[in-house]
Design a protein around this ligand. Structure first.
Ligand code: LLP
Length: 421
C-alpha cells in the first residue's frame, strides 16, 4: 500500500497534486511519501515485536538526508556500505551505535572513519578484511564488534545481478569454512566476534530461500557456541521484495517474514537485526516525467519522455518492470494501445517498456513511474549531460525539494581545466 492515489481524476502524492509539484519543480523528478516510508518501517518493526531487534534501513536504496532523518526519527538503524554512506547517516543524526557497516571492500580509511565516529558492528566478509580491521582497530586502541557474513549457498530466486547468496557470488565467506574463520577471528586483537551476518539477495518474492538461509544460520549459531564463541547477535540482511506489477504480484508481507524469523532463529535468544531497503522506500517513491513526443515508427509507436535511463536505470540494467501511469486519470472507457516507452538518451538501452498498453497520451502530459523510490535517484547519473534528477518529499499537504536540480552552470563548472589548456 502507498499514498500515491488518484483523487478526482488526478494523481496525488498524499494530499498534494503531483501536477502541482511538477509545475513548481519541472520534470523529471522523484517524489517520496513520508506516510508510506513511516508505514513500511513500522511494518518491519512490528513484525519483530517481542524480539530484541533493530531494523537497519539499507540506505543504499535511497540515501537523501531527508529520507534518513524521517526514518531515524522512527528509531531506525542504518546499514551502510561505504564511508560516504556512513557520513550521510551520521549527518542525518543517526548515532554510531545504530549503524552497521556491510560490504565486501571496506578500505582501511573507511574502517578508520567508522571506528572514530562510532559503529554498532562491522559485517566482515573475508579474512583479509578481518586482518585489516584488526590492525586498524588495534592501532587506534579500539575493539571493533564484528559479525562475519556467511555465504549459505542458497538460491534467492531473483535476478542474477542482485542474487548474493550462492557460492559463486563474491559475498561472505563460504559457510563450510565458518568454524575456521571464526577461530581466526577469536585469536585476532582489536576485534570482538559478536554474531553472524547473512544476506542472500534482493527482490525476493518467496520466503523459502530466507527459510533455508536462516535455518543454516541457526545451526551455525549452535555450532559456533559449542566452539566457545559468544554468538549473541544475528544480522539477517534485507531482500524482501515488493510488488512492481500491481495487477499480478503479491510478495510475502513483512509480518510473514517476521514470523519466519521467529520460527527459524527465535529460540536462540539472539538480538536480531534486519536490513530492508527496497520494501521501505520502493513504493514510497515515484518518478514523474513528461511526454515530449508521441512518435509513429515502423509497426510501433513510441512515447518519448523527458526522463531517461540516467534518471532511472533499473529497466535498462535489470530488465525491471515499473508501472507507468498517467498523472491525469484516464477515463474508464479510454481505449488502450501499445507503446514503446523511451527516454531521449542516445542508445536503444534507454527503453523503459516495450509494447506497454497505455491510454491515450499527448505531448505535455505527465506520467508517473510507480515503485521507483528504491534504487532510483541513488543510481541516477548525468549521462548525456542531463542534470541530476531532483528529489521532493511530501508530508501530508506539504512538499519540499530535498535535492534541487543542479543548474547547467553548476553541472559544467564541476569540471576543472588543466593549466595547459
Ligand atoms: N543488506 C545488504 C548487505 C545488501 O547488499 C542489500 C542490497 C540490502 C541489505 C538491501 O536489500 P533490499 O532490502 O533493498 O532488497 N540496485 C538493485 C538492487 C541492489 C541490492 C543490493 N544490496 C535494484 O535496483 O534492483
Amino acid at each position: 500500500m502507498d499514498h500515491f492515489l488518484y483523487r478526482d481524476g488526478a494523481l496525488y502524492a498524499e494530499d498534494v497534486p503531483v501536477a502541482e509539484i511538477a509545475a513548481a519543480v519541472g520534470t523529471p523528478f522523484y517524489v517520496y511519501s513520508t506516510a508510506t516510508l513511516v508505514r513500511h518501517f513500522r511494518l518491519f518493526d512490528e513484525a519483530l515485536e517481542g524480539m530484541d531487534h533493530l531494523v537497519c534501513y539499507a540506505m543504499k536504496a535511497a540515501s537523501n538526508q531527508a529520507i534518513l532523518k524521517t526514518l531515524a526519527a522512527e528509531g531506525a538503524g542504518m546499514d551502510v556500505v561505504s564511508g560516504g554512506e556512513y557520513r550521510r547517516a551520521r549527518a542525518a543524526g543517526v548515532p554510531g551505535d545504530r549503524i552497521v557497516f556491510s560490504g565486501v571492500g571496506k578500505t582501511a580509511e573507511e574502517i578508520r572513519t567508522a571506528l572514530e565516529g562510532g559503529i554498532r558492528q562491522f559485517n566482515v566478509e573475508s579474512e583479509p578484511e578481518m586482518e585489516v580491521l584488526s590492525a586498524v582497530a588495534s592501532q587506534m586502541g579500539k575493539t571493533a564488534p564484528i559479525t562475519i557474513r556467511v555465504n549459505p549457498d542458497v538460491d534467492a530466486k531473483t535476478h542474477a545481478k542482485i542474487a548474493t547468496g550462492k557460492s559463486e557470488n563474491k559475498f561472505g565467506i563460504p559457510i563450510s569454512r565458518a568454524r575456521e574463520v571464526y577461530a581466526m577471528a577469536a585469536a585476532l586483537p582489536g576485534i570482538e566476534v559478536i554474531g553472524i551476518d547473512v544476506h542472500i539477495g534482493s527482490q525476493l518474492t518467496e520466503l523459502e530461500p530466507f527459510e533455508l538461509a536462516y535455518q543454516k544460520v541457526a545451526e551455525l549459531t549452535e555450532t559456533l557456541r559449542a566452539d566457545g564463541h559468544d554468538i549473541r547477535r544475528l544480522d539477517l540482511g534485507g531482500g524482501l521484495g515488493i510488488p512492481y506489477a500491481r495487477s499480478n504480484e503479491a510478495p510475502p508481507l513483512p509480518v510473514d517474514y517476521g514470523a519466519l524469523i521467529k520460527r527459524t532463529v527465535g529460540h536462540l535468544g539472539c538480538e536480531i537485526e534486519i536490513e530492508p531497503g527496497r520494501l521501505i522506500v520502493g513504493n514510497a517513491g515515484i518518478l514523474v516525467s513528461e511526454v515530449i513526443y508521441v512518435k509513429s515508427g515502423e509497426g510501433r509507436d513510441f512515447l518519448i519522455l523527458d526522463g531517461a535511463m540516467n534518471d532511472l536505470i533499473r529497466p535498462a540494467m535489470y530488465e525491471a518492470y515499473h508501472d507507468i501511469i498517467p498523472v491525469i486519470e484516464p477515463a474508464p472507457a479510454a481505449e488502450q494501445a501499445p507503446f514503446d516507452i523511451v527516454g531521449p538518451v542516445c542508445e536503444t538501452g534507454d527503453t523503459f517498456a516495450r509494447q506497454r498498453m497505455m491510454p491515450p497520451l499527448s505531448a505535455g502530459d505527465l506520467v508517473a513511474f510507480r515503485s521507483a523510490g528504491a534504487y532510483g535517484a541513488v543510481m541516477a547519473s548525468e549521462y548525456n549531460s542531463r542534470p541530476l534528477v531532483p528529489e521532493v518529499l511530501v508530508n501530508g499537504d506539504q512538499f519540499a525539494v530535498i535535492r534541487p536540480r543542479p543548474t547547467f552552470d553548476e553541472m559544467i563548472n564541476r569540471d576543472t581545466i588543466p593549466e595547459w589548456l
